[in-house]
Design a protein around this ligand. Structure first.
Ligand code: C5P
Length: 220
């Protein structure tokens, strides 16, 4: 039987290692939302473009290569993962090479255009799979993908705290450089959109951030 409960869309944006993924996962558990990590989409597309020998400076060639990518979605638990021509990404999209090139490919308009409707369509995927809502994290979710989301949050934390998170995950990731590229690109830059709730998680635990956002969602 269809639920009469309102389907809720939550947008979470923020810089690299700002705690978006852990927070979004915690909230997806609490509210039975589909969790969509759009950073993994950009990483997966970057991986496949690199495999195809593409270079971020060659926009026309990238646009051609993208035409050969057929997208699908695989749901595991409450996580939606992108499929490109039946390839489901794994740890290879978290490598140093991808960390270093993803922001360059993500700044190419053809790449952003390629993922635009696919990201919006995740709301339909969530509905069709009986989730009570969608929680999508990225850089431009509250500004471009779902500017009318029911809730929009922007997570930030001091650079040092964020760098420490990546080191404890065993990752080699120049997060300040990625943030610089992401916030200065011409198309869909990383911004805290007007009207979004800004949360500084530098001195908060994961549970505290999840609780804070959960209260705001429940208050509606
Ligand atoms: O979230 P994560 O750090 O894995 O994202 C990897 C990269 O993907 C970001 O640094 C950014 O360049 C790109 N990205 C984006 N827009 C999004 C999500 C990620 O440009 N909505």
């Amino acid at each position: 039987m269809a639920s009469s409960q309102k389907f809720i869309i939550v947008a979470i944006d923020g810089g690299a290692a700002s705690g978006k993924s852990s927070t979004s996962r915690g909230l997806s558990e609490r509210f039975n939302f589909l969790h969509v990590d759009t950073g993994s989409f950009y990483r997966a597309v970057t991986y496949q473009l690199r495999q195809a020998g593409e270079n971020p400076a060659e926009a026309a060639s990238i646009a051609q290569a993208l035409k050969t990518f057929k997208l699908g979605t695989l749901i595991t638990g409450r996580d939606a993962m992108i499929k490109i021509n039946d390839w489901v990404p794994g740890d290879e999209i978290r490598s140093q090479e991808i960390n270093e090139s993803v922001s360059l490919f993500a700044a190419v308009p053809a790449v952003r255009g390629f993922l635009l409707d696919y990201q919006r369509d995740q709301a339909t995927v969530a509905r069709e799979n009986s989730f009570d809502g969608l929680i999508m994290e990225g850089r431009d979710i509250g500004s471009i993908i779902f500017p009318d989301a029911d809730h929009r949050f922007f997570l930030q934390a001091d650079l040092e705290a964020r760098a420490q998170r990546r080191i404890s995950e065993g990752q080699n990731d120049k997060i300040a450089e990625r943030d610089r590229l992401d916030s200065t690109r011409k198309i869909s830059p990383l911004v805290c959109p007007a009207g979004a709730t800004l949360i500084d998680s530098t001195y908060l635990s994961l549970d505290e951030v999840v609780d804070l956002i959960a209260k705001k969602i429940q208050a509606d």
